[in-house]
Design a binder for this molecule. Structure first.
Ligand SMILES: [Zn+2]
Length: 332
C-alpha cells in the first residue's frame, strides 16, 4: 500500500482537465484508504478519474485464479490444491453497473447447483465467483451505486467491512480486498436511497461541469471530431461553449446540458457544414443542429414546461444569443 500511496502523492491526474479541488479531495481520500463515491452529473469524467486511479496501482503478483488469491495465503479450492500459477496483476479495474435488478449473487457469486451435486452444496468447490473477485487487490468501479437494491448495499457493506465474502450459511470464506469507487448522479431521483449506514462507509466527492470556459474549450479541442475539408472558426467554437455554459445557469432549466452536449453541437455543426459544402462552419450550421443536440440533454422547469417544448426553447434562446453576441450569419 505504501507504493500506492507514493504514486498518489505524485499523481497529477492529468487525464482530467481542471477539477483541481476534486483531485485534491480524491487523493487525500485515497491516501487514507477510504472508499469513495464521486457525485456529479453525467459526462464530467467520473469514469476517467476512477480509471486514472487504477493506473496508480502498483503491479502485484497474484494467483492466476478467478479469485486473484494472495500466493502466500490462497483461499480458493483450486489454489489450496496447489494448482494455481502466479501472474502479474496490473491495474485491476472492474466495472459494475448499478441497477435494481443486480443481485448480491451476481456481484458476490453463488452456489452452482450442478457443481453442488458433484461436490456437495456446502463445498467451496460448488461456488461460482461473482464479479467482485476480479476486483480483488484492485478497484471496483460501481457506476450509479445508488441504483443498487438495499439488499445488495448490505451485502457490499459486509464485504467492505470484513474484506471477505461469506455466503449465507455455507462454509465459504474468500478474500475480497479492493478499493471501491462508486458514482452517483445527484439529479437521478428514480432510485433507491443509499442508507445512512452505507453512506457512513464512504467519502463523497462532488464533481461539477468544467469550472471555466477555457477548461471546457481544452476538453472540446481534445474530444471533438475533425472532418477533412471543413474547419471550425475558433471564435464560433468559443461562442458555442459560452452558449451551453449559459444554459447551465438558466433559471428555467432543471437538468443541464453537460460537456458531451457542447462537443455534440460542435461536431454536428461541423458535419452539417460539410454536407452543405461550406469550407468553414457558419452560425447557420449551428442553428440547424442546436435543438437536435441539446433538447433531450436538458429539461425545463415545470413552470415553463407546460408552455414550451425544449426544442422551441433552445431554438429561441440561441436566436437571442446570436443577436446579443453579434454573431456573423454568413459563410467565412
Ligand atoms: Zn485462488
Amino acid at each position: 500500500m505504501t507504493e500506492f500511496r507514493k504514486a498518489i502523492m505524485k499523481a497529477d491526474l492529468s487525464e482530467i482537465l481542471g477539477q483541481e479541488r476534486v483531485k485534491e479531495e480524491l487523493k487525500s481520500a485515497l491516501i487514507t484508504g477510504r472508499n469513495i463515491v464521486l457525485v456529479g452529473p453525467p459526462g464530467v469524467g467520473k469514469t476517467t478519474l476512477a480509471k486514472a486511479v487504477a493506473h496508480l496501482l502498483p503491479p502485484q503478483t497474484v494467483n492466476d485464479c478467478p479469485f486473484h488469491c494472495d500466493p502466500q495465503r490462497p483461499s480458493c479450492p483450486q489454489c489450496k490444491a496447489g494448482k494455481a500459477k502466479t501472474k502479474m496483476l496490473d491495474q485491476a479495474f472492474v466495472r459494475v453497473q448499478g441497477s435494481p435488478d443486480l443481485t448480491a449473487e451476481d456481484l458476490l457469486g453463488d452456489i452452482d447447483p450442478i457443481k453442488a451435486l458433484e461436490f456437495g452444496p456446502l463445498s467451496p468447490q460448488s461456488f461460482t465467483p461473482g464479479k467482485i473477485f476480479r476486483a480483488n487487490k484492485g478497484i471496483l468501479f460501481f457506476d450509479e451505486i445508488n441504483r443498487a437494491s438495499e439488499k445488495l448495499q448490505n451485502a457490499l457493506l459486509q464485504v467492505l467491512e470484513e474484506k471477505r465474502v461469506t455466503i449465507g450459511s455455507y462454509d465459504i470464506d474468500f478474500e475480497a480486498d479492493f478499493l471501491l469507487i462508486g458514482t452517483m448522479n445527484p439529479e437521478d431521483t428514480s432510485t433507491e436511497k443509499l442508507s445512512d449506514v452505507f453512506l457512513d462507509r464512504f467519502d463523497m466527492i462532488h464533481m461539477g461541469y468544467p469550472e471555466t470556459a477555457s477548461v471546457e474549450h481544452q476538453i472540446v479541442m481534445m474530444r471533438r471530431q475533425t472532418l477533412e475539408g471543413v474547419s471550425m472558426p475558433e471564435r464560433l467554437q468559443q461562442q458555442i461553449i459560452t452558449f451551453v455554459r449559459q444554459l447551465r445557469t438558466d433559471k428555467n432549466i432543471d437538468r443541464k446540458p453537460g460537456v458531451r452536449a457542447t462537443i455534440g453541437v460542435v461536431d454536428r455543426a461541423t458535419s452539417t457544414a460539410l454536407l452543405r459544402g461550406h469550407k468553414t462552419v457558419t452560425v447557420d450550421d449551428v442553428v440547424a443542429v442546436v435543438a437536435s443536440v441539446l433538447s433531450h440533454r436538458m429539461s425545463l422547469k415545470p413552470s415553463i414546461r407546460y408552455l414550451e417544448q425544449p426544442e422551441q426553447y433552445i431554438a429561441k434562446q440561441f436566436q437571442t444569443f446570436v443577436r446579443d453576441h453579434d454573431m456573423d450569419g454568413g459563410e467565412g
